[in-house]
Design a protein around this ligand. Sequence first.
Ligand code: HEC
Ligand code: HEC
Ligand code: HEC
Ligand code: HEC
Length: 215
Amino acid sequence: MISKSASDRSLIHAFLVLSAMGFALLVLAFLMPKTAAAAEGHDFVGYQKCKTCHKKEAIGNQVGVWLESRHAKAYETLGTDKAKKWGAEVGVTNPQTDDRCIKCHSTAHGVPDERVSNKFDRTAGVQCESCHGAGKDYKKKKIMMNRDKAIQNGLVVPTAEVCTGCHNDESPAWDEKAYTLADGSTVGFDFDQAVKKIAHPVPEGYDPSATGEAD
Ligand code: HEC
Ligand code: HEC
Ligand code: HEC
Ligand code: HEC
């Protein structure tokens, strides 16, 4: 047998280098934060802006459902005795002002004020835009009515990664046995079950043009 030619070897070498680069990019992509709030380029408006349309019964009153949920109270929770106790254990004196707590208990954490509307309430907990992305560019009627356009303008249809950006073992409330799967095993977070707990669907047959909800 004749040994591989130099050009064969350099081809193999080039292939290996490219594969390694591809792998490194893949690893980087996994390390990037995936929460919707991290979406670049769009500004935050706050749940009050979504209220104009999403508080109406015909569309499913998503704002009302959310206001009753623990997400809406996530900031308040940081003022409780339990929060103060957990905070003290890790050297946090005020959980409501400490990045180590508010990063998961509020919306648009770390986003500069210029990118947040001046009516935005940083104490309103885990708001719509924590999961659905910053809304300034997709909240307009013409865009919202068209799913593809809304997504192009920053709307996020949340996947499990959006939730696990906060529902993970960095949280002092993390419970590895919070959810039981069909096979009897337990996990700290199960997307399918958790989504059901926060369900806020648009009723079937809802027609924005017929009811005029989308003004
Ligand atoms: C001008 C009225 C209006 C405003 C303001 C508005 N929406 Fe909507 N939104 C709609 C309508 C209408 C639909 C379409 C509902 C349907 O036909 O299913 C919709 C759909 C959605 C959907 C479902 C998208 C999909 O296809 O899965 C999400 C999520 C959503 N809105 C979030 C928000 C959030 C978050 C805000 C505030 C940042 C907001 N909307 C502001 C009217 C509005
Ligand atoms: C920005 C951080 C953040 C994101 C993103 C987030 N959550 Fe949460 N979630 C919280 C916090 C904080 C609480 C606890 C609030 C409290 O009790 O004050 C919570 C509470 C909950 C609860 C109620 C407690 C329980 O375990 O029964 C459910 C259910 C839940 N989240 C589901 C979800 C789902 C599903 C998603 C993704 C679609 C999600 N969350 C995304 C921060 C987040
Ligand atoms: C990585 C995200 C994350 C961080 C950081 C975080 N939390 Fe939370 N916290 C959550 C989530 C998610 C829940 C809801 C857990 C559940 O019940 O499923 C929660 C729930 C809580 C609760 C309610 C627990 C209960 O059952 O009553 C308190 C209190 C709390 N957190 C305090 C804190 C304090 C204090 C800090 C800072 C030292 C902190 N959290 C940091 C994500 C986080
Ligand atoms: C904790 C994360 C989270 C928050 C906060 C949240 N949503 Fe959602 N939303 C979701 C998820 C996940 C879905 C998709 C549910 C599914 O696939 O069944 C969804 C779906 C929707 C839909 C489409 C429902 C359908 O039937 O097609 C609308 C509209 C919507 N959200 C609006 C809002 C508005 C308005 C707010 C704030 C008042 C809000 N959401 C807050 C996670 C969230």
